[in-house]
Design a protein around this ligand. Structure first.
Ligand SMILES: [Zn+2]
Length: 408
């Protein structure tokens, strides 16, 4: 049996960074890890191990070992193989350090200091072993911790057949970080009745609520005239776009919101006097408030059209994803099992509303109820990303506990 830590250290050294390019997979290098996982699953004796050579998904099954005729649900576990484009994932050099409370100089050159001053929560980790970066890359605990924890669980179950379990379905996905994690997934091949993405943060975290999300693409048509002779003729699209923004509730902005508070967010703006485009995103956990926000946005454009003439403001709006809570609420036992598993391991589960989306949200709307559980990692998408070594083992044990409870 390989230690979860050793497994994790091997996986993070493989560069699997994804890219925002709309391809599936977005980068060919993700196949390196996909192939390795496929070989390792076969060597462990997993069943129906399959690598999707076109889209880079790894599937495997651990068949039920319950007495014949015992009904138990097929439980799925998913983790993503790619790392965020935000920080380099090439030549990751993970280090294990004992955290004493003193600053950790990541690269040894004083450039990147992991310090309790910046991350006060680290107080609770004094005395623990942490896997950190050398400051030149992210670590990739997001989500290779999830991958390693699921793989460790698989090896444990396959070498200890006395642990009773129903059918288990594993899937490792590409491109989660660029929104493509579920684009080409084959849920029929996956074969689970419900599942868990193992892709969250600190131990005990449990997530089954996320934003409802829409994009609102605003086009403002002005009229450009030489400013010397523009009186009563020019219509400056830049000022018109600012006027539109001023109609939106100023406090409902990502800069001023948290928890369950939704927002309008102008993410990108392009243009000149003649024409301006603004990329907005609209977010709210509450479906009714979400619909109201979208309507308000459209009404603001209609109001501006009344002022400046029909066609001056155009809104192209599309829903991106929905809060999985709506779907999970029909299957709350899926959440309860994970919460009980954490309690059985001596952890108090903490439910956090996600201020974003997850693969699990998309999967839940595809018919697979799929909350997200912790990996144990901190500071994702950052040079300061780290994971306590005990968390890797603990999450693997939580997964096994979920499996045991699901078979009861
Ligand atoms: Zn992730």
């Amino acid at each position: 049996m390989e230690d979860v830590l050793d497994r994790f250290l091997r996986y993070v050294k493989i560069d699997t960074q994804s890219e925002e390019n709309g391809l599936h997979p977005s980068t060919g290098k993700q196949f390196v890890l996909a192939r390795l996982l496929t070989e390792e699953l076969k060597a462990m004796g997993a069943d129906q191990v399959y690598l999707d050579e076109e889209f880079c998904y790894v599937y495997a099954v651990i068949p039920s070992n319950l007495p014949e005729g015992t009904a138990a649900p097929a439980v799925g576990f998913l983790a993503h193989m790619d790392t965020s484009p935000a920080v380099s994932g090439a030549e990751v050099k993970p280090r294990v350090v004992r955290f004493t409370g003193e600053d950790v100089d990541l690269g040894g050159d004083g450039k990147y200091i992991l310090s309790m001053r910046d991350f006060p929560f680290m107080k609770s980790l004094i005395g623990e072993e942490l896997v950190v970066t050398d400051g030149s890359t992210l670590l990739g605990a997001d989500d290779k911790a999830g991958v390693a924890e699921i793989m460790a669980m698989a090896e444990t179950l396959l070498t200890n057949p006395e642990i009773r379990h129903g059918k288990l379905c594993l899937c490792f996905t590409p491109d989660e970080e660029v929104g493509g994690g579920t684009a080409k997934i084959d849920l029929k091949r996956f074969g689970a009745d419900f599942g868990y993405t193992v892709d969250g943060g600190p131990l005990g975290g449990m997530e089954y609520e996320n934003f409802n999300a829409a994009s609102g693409f605003l086009t403002v048509r002005g009229r450009s005239i030489h400013p010397g002779s523009a009186k009563n003729t020019m219509r400056n699209a830049l000022l018109m776009a600012m006027e539109f923004q001023s109609l939106l509730p100023a406090a409902q902005d990502p800069m001023y919101t948290e928890g369950y508070e939704g927002f309008y967010h102008p993410d990108e703006i392009h243009g000149a006097c003649d024409c301006v485009t603004v990329d907005y995103i609209i977010r709210d956990h509450d479906r009714a408030k979400f619909e109201a926000k979208k309507l308000f946005f459209k009404n603001a454009a209609a109001f501006m059209n009344e002022k400046y003439g029909e066609g001056s403001f155009k809104v192209d709006m599309a829903d991106s994803y929905y809060n999985m809570r709506e779907k999970i609420e029909e299957h709350m036992e899926v959440v309860r099992i994970a919460e009980q598993a954490m309690r059985n391991r001596g952890l108090e589960p903490k439910t956090i509303p996600i201020r974003g989306g997850t693969d699990g949200a998309r999967l839940s709307y595809m018919g697979l109820p799929c909350p997200n559980i912790c990996t144990g990692g901190f500071g994702f998408h950052s040079r300061f990303e780290f994971i306590p070594t005990f968390a890797l083992t603990e999450v693997s044990n939580i997964i096994i506990e979920i499996i045991k409870l699901s078979a009861e």
